[in-house]
Design a protein around this ligand. Structure first.
Ligand code: NAD
Length: 399
């Protein structure tokens, strides 16, 4: 962010304001366990910046959650919303807990307590969504508790809900589908061949979706991996059959007609497009020299370290950054709020059509700034975001 502010010529006082969250809530939740014992859990919620609108985004239930992580993720969401043209600020929160160690009833009580103890919440203030360790069921409990507190229905107050309680169509497919739309744009932008070769790390919600869409579009998926390892076939992998194999075995490994490779080898595979869709920091100074792809679409959050990026930049590799590539879920979450506020629920086709319009616009705005200023797509996305947020803060009279 400092680099983006530097390029954009943002004044030091604004940088100082943007370098810290607007509000931080840190609280404890005593939970009566099923055996009668009481355990204390630590919870956090950060409203990073709400110049553009109410804050929103994920709620993480993980055992190692700390406030610094939540703050950083809040900034990330602030930027993602600005890049995607969403009238919202960035928020993030969660509980330091391993949900797999709680019974269903304990988890429900903890989730409801989290919402009760959140000091500021609702469709016009802060809209929690799902993240690691939370899911549609968690969000249904949050919504129900919120509606009990306020005494009326308010589906726009919580995101990532199941369709039974006015969740949106396409929420699970949003990130992979958005990243697919952008891959098509990036291929045009860089003059790559439509249907060129692709390697994908991660075959979960996002990786599987983008693999399926690119395969159906005629791209040659040469390598795929999950946490257990990778598979390679330079002539192309049949993704439809791979999905059946995955459903049957729970992994991509040992798929007929492919060679086994490691996750490290996958990143260095001979291909035009590399799609990291698993975890952070996998592309770094150790392997960047050996990466052969011309284009990297960052579906995962933070898959490239700054040192790795420097090496790739020198090699002429284009990286479409996470805040652009994976902002599909943020866009569809904002659609979920709009639908909740208007009680007008859209079909999947409408959601994807509007997602396509919004995300493609975000791509070309980023590309234009990158070309105009001769900077990377990552810097361009952050520059556009800090300029937009700064302008709004100035109009509001904050700085
Ligand atoms: P997921 O849990 O559904 O899938 C993750 C995949 O990565 C799985 O195939 C898993 O086996 C694999 N994996 C896990 N650890 C790995 C490792 N160390 N090495 C290689 N592979 C590993 O997760 P997801 O929802 O598909 O999210 C993937 C990435 O996209 C994450 O970085 C996430 O933060 C980011 N993201 C997801 C969404 C979303 O809507 N799901 C939105 C924005 C960003």
């Amino acid at each position: 962010m400092n680099k983006a502010c530097d390029i954009a010529g943002i004044e030091p006082v604004v940088v100082q304001y943007l370098s810290q969250p607007k509000r931080v809530f840190e609280f404890t939740i005593p939970l009566r366990m099923d055996n009668g014992e009481v355990k204390i859990f630590n919870a956090f919620r950060v409203h990073y910046n709400d110049a553009l609108g109410q804050v929103k985004d994920g709620t993480r239930f993980v055992p190692n959650l700390d406030l610094d992580t939540v703050k950083a993720l809040g900034l990330w969401m602030t930027v993602k919303h600005a890049v995607a043209g969403i009238p919202a600020g960035g928020g993030k929160g969660g509980i330091r807990v391993d949900p797999s160690r709680l019974s269903r009833l304990e988890l429900e009580r903890l989730t409801r307590a989290f919402i009760r103890k959140l000091p500021l919440k609702g469709a016009w203030v802060d809209i929690p969504g799902a993240d690691i360790g939370t899911n549609a069921q968690t969000m249904a409990w949050m919504l129900d508790e919120y509606e009990e507190i306020v005494g009326y229905h308010s589906p726009a107050a919580i995101n990532d809900k199941p369709s039974e309680v006015n969740g949106t169509a396409g929420s699970k497919e949003a990130t992979g589908t958005g990243a697919f739309y952008l891959t098509i744009e990036a291929v045009k932008d860089l003059g790559l061949e439509n249907g060129c070769s692709v390697a994908i790390q991660g075959f979960g919600t996002v990786g599987r979706m983008i693999a399926r869409l690119l395969y159906n579009e005629g791209f040659k998926i040469v390598a795929v991996s999950d946490i257990l390892g990778g598979i390679l076939n330079q002539s192309g992998i049949n993704i439809e059959k791979l999905e059946s194999h995955m459903d049957l075995t729970g992994s991509v490994i040992d798929f007929l007609g492919t060679t086994s490779i490691s996750n490290d080898q996958l990143l260095e595979t001979e291909c035009e497009i590399l799609i990291p869709a698993a975890v952070e920091s996998v592309i770094n100074s150790k392997n960047a020299h050996n990466i052969k792809a011309k284009l990297i679409m960052e579906c995962a959050n933070g898959p490239t370290t700054p040192e790795g990026e420097k090496i790739l930049e020198a090699k002429g590799v284009t990286i479409i950054p996470d805040v652009v590539t994976n902002c599909g879920s943020a866009i569809v979450c904002s659609f979920e709020r709009t639908q909740g506020l208007t009680d007008d629920y859209w079909d999947l086709e409408t959601v994807f059509k509007r997602l396509n319009e919004r995300i493609v616009k975000a791509y070309w705005q980023t590309a234009e700034t990158a070309k105009q200023k001769n900077i990377s797509y990552r810097n361009a996305a952050w520059v556009n975001a800090v300029i937009k947020i700064t302008k709004t803060m100035k109009i509001r009279g904050w700085v």
